[in-house]
Design a protein around this ligand. Structure first.
Ligand code: FAD
Length: 411
């Protein structure tokens, strides 16, 4: 039993995760392959295998030692996961948003924090691919797709979070450069990454005065704050990004002046599906871990799996997982097809899946009793890692604002 220690592996964390992958094969409802094409099933399997072999054995160590697993991510990039929905002519995989969701869900079963960073990196690469000119695409995208270089998305500032359009970082044009001044807060990968996709103010107040520029590491005037100490997401650094008279070539601007806020929001529509997919992966893993624990843990003379209260709880968890997945995949399809309801659906998917999947993981921890609270058991890390999905890429309150605004203004 898990309580007594695993007879095969001394590391209980590894043991629980390995048993997870054995059970994955058993429980078809949770393997999440229904309705997928043969090709999608194929790369889903590749992603599950990568999660099991290259990520899960290290996820606790990456968390506890705060390791940014650069080489593992580069291996993921060799499988095409560095630019999943970037076009193939600049090194991307050219896959759809649904394909991307399937991949991120599978990868997250092995490490949510690392997968979530890969998802932000993918979002940045897509923004350059989509809104950049050919010169910019050819300059940045190949190295991002191979993860030779890593990217960060810089929107939030100390004084502008949910009200992102109020950002103050200024970019004053001087000849063929913009001179950036200001700072960005909470930047994922900040300090360790090479390419910063920065939203800054080139014009007047409000969203129309915002532009998007790419700032390369090493540019004079670019510096970083201290590494933040976080509850989860510890395999990726989070730092402030600071600009002090930082001169960036005008040729690094994506799109037109004033288009930056729209570019940032378009990036986030996909980002929200990706983050929701990472929550699906965590919930997917935690349902399996809870099932495993109920089947082996004995109390009151029988296994916990014989207790009807816990059976019903497990059934609710699985139901909410499948419902969340259906909504995420519907939103991914809507975004791919550029449907008019895509923005609302992306927000609904992010709101619903990140809330429900957090509850699923938290319930799985509860089912583990005291063991769930020990760092030897993976379930606590899934809970810590996905808590932030309710906060970032637009808080879940902001998701409600977007959904209701669209409903109330629809003709
Ligand atoms: C680990 C981590 C990584 C991050 N990575 C990035 C990154 O890579 N790039 C980036 O740009 N940002 C990043 N962020 C920032 C993140 O997007 C912001 O934290 C988030 O948008 C919320 O902004 P805030 O923290 O300023 O909260 P606030 O905007 O101050 O909100 C505080 C609370 O008030 C609520 N609230 C605010 N306004 C309203 C309203 N009108 N109605 C109802 N409720 C409201 C919010 O929902 C929230 O619950 C990251 C954050 C974290 C924690």
């Amino acid at each position: 039993s898990l309580q007594a220690g695993c007879p095969v592996f001394s590391d209980r964390h590894l043991c629980t995760l390995l048993s997870l992958y054995v059970l994955c094969a058993l429980c078809s409802l949770l393997t999440a392959a229904h309705g997928l094409t043969d090709e999608q099933k194929e790369f889903q399997k590749v992603a599950f295998d990568f999660a099991a072999n290259e990520m899960a054995p290290h996820m606790a160590e990456w968390d506890q030692k705060e390791i940014f697993p650069v080489e593992t991510m580069r291996k993921a990039a060799q499988l095409g996961f560095g630019g999943i929905y970037v076009q193939p002519d600049v090194g991307g995989s050219g896959l759809s948003r649904l394909d991307t969701s399937v991949i991120f869900e599978a990868l997250s079963t092995g490490c949510v924090s690392t997968t979530a960073y890969i998802s932000i990196h993918n979002m940045c690469a897509w923004m350059i691919d989509t809104f950049g000119n050919n010169e910019q695409r050819e300059k940045f995208c190949p190295d991002l797709c191979s993860m030779e270089k890593f990217a960060s998305y810089c929107l939030t500032e100390p004084g502008s979070g949910s009200d992102a359009a109020s950002l103050l970082t200024s970019a004053q044009r001087k000849g063929d450069h913009y001179i950036l001044n200001g700072s960005k807060a909470f930047i994922s990968g900040g300090g360790d990454t090479d390419v910063y996709v920065v939203m800054c103010r080139t014009g007047s107040k409000g969203p129309k005065g915002i532009s998007c520029v790419v700032v390369e590491k090493g540019t004079p005037g670019l510096s970083f704050g201290k590494k933040e100490q976080k509850v989860g997401w510890n395999s990726q650094p989070t730092r402030a990004v600071i600009f002090e008279d930082c001169a960036v070539p005008v040729t690094n601007r994506l799109g037109e002046e004033g288009q930056g806020f729209s570019i940032a929001m378009k990036g986030l529509n996909g980002g929200r599906i990706n983050i929701a997919s990472c929550s699906l992966g965590a919930a997917h893993a935690c349902v399996q871990l809870a099932r495993d624990h109920l089947l082996v843990r004995k109390q009151f003379g029988e296994t916990l799996s014989n207790n009807q209260f816990l059976q019903f709880k497990l059934a609710e968890m699985a139901t909410k997982l499948v419902a969340s997945r259906l909504l995420v995949r519907e939103a991914a399809t809507a975004l791919q097809e550029n449907r008019s309801d895509a923005v609302s659906l992306c927000s609904m998917a992010k709101l619903f899946a990140t809330d429900e999947c957090f509850n699923i993981c938290n319930q799985a921890l509860q089912m583990h009793g005291g063991y769930g609270y020990l760092k030897d058991y993976a379930v606590q890390q899934f809970v810590r890692d996905i808590r932030v999905h309710q906060i970032l890429e637009g808080t879940n309150e902001v998701m409600r604002m977007i959904i209701s605004r669209n409903l109330l203004t629809e003709s």
